[in-house]
Design a protein around this ligand. Structure first.
Ligand code: OGA
Ligand code: NI
Length: 341
């Protein structure tokens, strides 16, 4: 209960999220290097930032939110045919209403989320396996997926550049990489009992980066700060963007690995709104299914900064997920840490 109470208060603490103007990446070399520095600072300090001027039109953004809400409004029978507990399935619908421990302390917390998850890149490989209802779903969602994949490639290039590895360091591995679209629906919710309710438990994403579109606030991130000369961290609410169509970028576990721990994956969770249904689309970008992400050799120094993580692939994560419950606080990145250095 205590953590939830902190969480409720956290809804009032708004995170100061860095806003990165992607238009600056394609202007003068000086402008680009300013933006690269801003990205480096955001990844070092928060593992999280917002992007504007990403080139995805407002009509594509609104179209994809409409296709998501229209899917969730379908009769149960149309959705349940995608229902599966097998996390390896390329298209999967699930509803989670659970009562578990939240992994931060041992208090009981309930979770409430409806999810449609599907692979998206390359689009022509996957689109025919997506829901055929609502009729515009494939077209509208498909347009957004293609656009967000393009943005992810650009942002990953800027991120590897910010690590001193150059803008094309990962391009050849990201192009055939996995894009998973997590289409989330969080119904309005008032706790019925004294068991608090969250949308999603605290977790880090297993992607290199995740690009999130949200219909309204609800996402909280753990933000480190100094208090009374001590380092601590607090849940803070991610605000709406100042600009319409702002997207949220999370540093995921595989970027933490690539950077040898320089950039930390951001711990986040979702709170529920008591009045309105919230939709979010998380686009998770990783290397190909069996391609291992390793620490960049350039960022490993046996004396000064030894290798901190073992290599792992996206499939390794899926195998971990099917054997463990992140709702119980198990974290994939913890299994990758090299101990006793
Ligand atoms: C996720 C996630 C956040 C949100 O799907 O991994 O963290 O706001 N989603 O729905
Ligand atoms: Ni997440």
């Amino acid at each position: 209960m205590e953590d939830y109470e902190k969480g409720k208060k956290a809804q009032e603490i708004i995170a100061e999220v860095p806003i990165i103007d992607l238009a600056g990446l394609n202007q003068s070399p000086h402008q680009r290097s300013c933006i690269i520095q801003q990205i480096r600072k955001a990844c070092l300090e928060m593992g999280f930032f917002q992007i504007i001027n990403h080139g995805i039109s407002q009509s594509i953004i609104e179209g994809t939110l409409t296709s998501a809400s229209d899917f969730f409004n379908l009769p149960a029978g149309d959705k349940n045919k995608f229902m599966s507990r097998d996390v390896h399935k390329p298209v999967r619908y699930s509803t989670t209403v659970t009562s578990l421990t939240d992994g931060v302390d041992s208090n009981r917390v309930q979770f409430c989320r409806v999810l449609l998850k599907h692979y998206a890149h390359p689009l022509d490989k996957w689109v025919s396996s997506w829901p055929a209802k609502p009729p515009h779903y494939r077209e509208k969602m498909g347009r957004y997926c293609v656009e967000v994949q393009r943005v992810a490639t650009e942002v990953m290039g800027a991120i590897t550049e910010s690590l001193g590895l150059g803008p094309t360091y990962l391009s050849e591995k990201m192009n055939p990489g996995v894009q998973v679209m997590a289409v989330n629906c969080y119904p309005p919710c008032l706790p019925q009992s004294d068991i608090p309710v969250l949308g999603l438990p605290p977790h880090c994403d297993y992607s290199c980066i995740t690009i999130l579109l949200q219909s309204c606030p609800g996402l909280q991130i753990m933000v480190p700060h100094e208090e009374d000369d001590q380092y601590t961290s607090t849940w803070k609410l991610v605000p709406d963007g100042v600009v319409q169509g702002t997207l949220q970028v999370h540093v995921g576990a595989h970027l933490e690995v690539l950077s040898n721990g320089l950039y930390k994956s951001v711990l986040h969770r979702v709170t529920l709104n008591s009045q309105r249904t919230r939709f979010s689309l998380g686009s998770l970008h990783s290397l190909a299914m069996d391609e291992k992400m390793e620490c960049a050799e350039e960022l490993v120094d046996d004396q000064l900064r030894p290798r901190r993580y073992k290599g792992s692939s996206f499939r390794d994560f899926l195998d971990f997920l099917s054997a463990n419950d992140i709702g119980e606080g198990k974290s994939f990145i913890d299994t990758l840490r090299i101990k006793d250095q």
